[in-house]
Design a protein around this ligand. Structure first.
Ligand SMILES: [Zn+2]
Length: 286
């Protein structure tokens, strides 16, 4: 599932293609699941809008829109869900070109043709956990975004300590709770916990201030490093140009159960914490 780094990589790669361009045509699939705003409304309202840029809140991508008169006209929100991809349609990805009408790939739910651009932007999502919505007015006040905590890329030890304090849950659950900090999912929670030496099942209220500082630092560095190498390509994640990320090669514990710990050569274990498959080293993490 794409987490903060994969979404940020997508944002950075897609923005130069779409920034300043007018959406000249919109095609939607017949699928119901991805559309929080009715597909018909998405088609009608998006056509003719200019994309000013792409922002991000946690795992949400936010396309800022402007109407023909140059006034702000809301936001296109895209969440990649489990298997969502935003790609620039090219022949290499099986896209025949503009003017083809309905996409032949049934997993393409949204297609944006852009003025002066040969390749459309495609939202493809086989499992349909991804979401598309048009938000009028101030996007930050939309319920889906308003409930999100601050971005995990800027996590500070004091803020993490406060979020964990008095909580009767595990520290991993605190990291995964998007209302505390936005953007961390299963992979980066496990990786950051390993790098800080904190066991995922540790009761959150037992985290010391020093550990909170180390864990927040580990979260920031793991996320930044993952962005640098293009995210983790597990399951279906691809860059907008169809290439993949490389952070999975650097995973210390995630998806490595039974393999040797990269620090102590003990065995990486897998268990369930916060209802998620969780990877850790029993020797290095306390
Ligand atoms: Zn170890």
């Amino acid at each position: 599932m794409p987490e903060l780094p994969e979404v940020e990589v997508c944002r950075r790669e897609l923005e130069p293609t779409v920034q300043g361009r007018v959406i000249s045509g919109v095609v939607t699939s017949k699928a119901k699941n991805p559309f929080l705003t009715a597909a018909r409304v998405v088609r009608e309202r998006l056509t003719g809008q200019r994309i000013l840029g792409i922002g991000r809140r946690g795992k949400y991508l936010l396309f800022a829109l402007q109407d023909a008169r140059g006034a702000a006209s809301g936001t296109l929100l895209v969440h990649l869900g489990m298997t969502g991809q935003l790609v620039v349609g090219t022949k290499a990805l099986g896209w025949p070109g503009n003017g083809g009408g309905v996409p032949t790939d049934p997993h393409i739910h949204l297609l944006l043709e852009l003025e002066g651009c040969d390749s459309p932007v495609l939202f493809r999502d086989p499992r349909q956990f991804g979401k598309i919505a048009l938000l009028p007015g101030d996007a930050a006040r939309h319920p889906r975004l308003a409930r999100l905590g601050p971005d995990a890329l800027g996590m500070e030890g004091d803020a993490l300590f406060s979020a964990a304090r008095g909580r009767k849950t595990t520290i991993k659950a605190v990291l995964l709770d998007q209302t505390n900090f936005a953007g961390i999912g299963n992979i980066y929670a496990d990786e950051a916990l390993f790098r800080s030496g904190v066991r995922p099942s540790r009761p959150a209220h037992k985290l010391t201030k020093a550990e909170a500082g180390r864990l927040a630092y580990a979260v920031r560095t793991v996320l930044m490093r993952a962005i640098e190498v293009g995210g983790s390509s597990v399951s279906d994640y691809l860059h907008p140009d169809g290439s993949s990320g490389y952070f999975q090669i650097e995973h210390a514990v995630y998806d490595r159960s039974g393999e040797p710990c990269r620090i102590c050569w003990g065995v990486v274990k897998k268990t369930v914490v916060a209802q998620r498959g969780t990877h850790f080293c029993p020797r290095c993490q306390r």
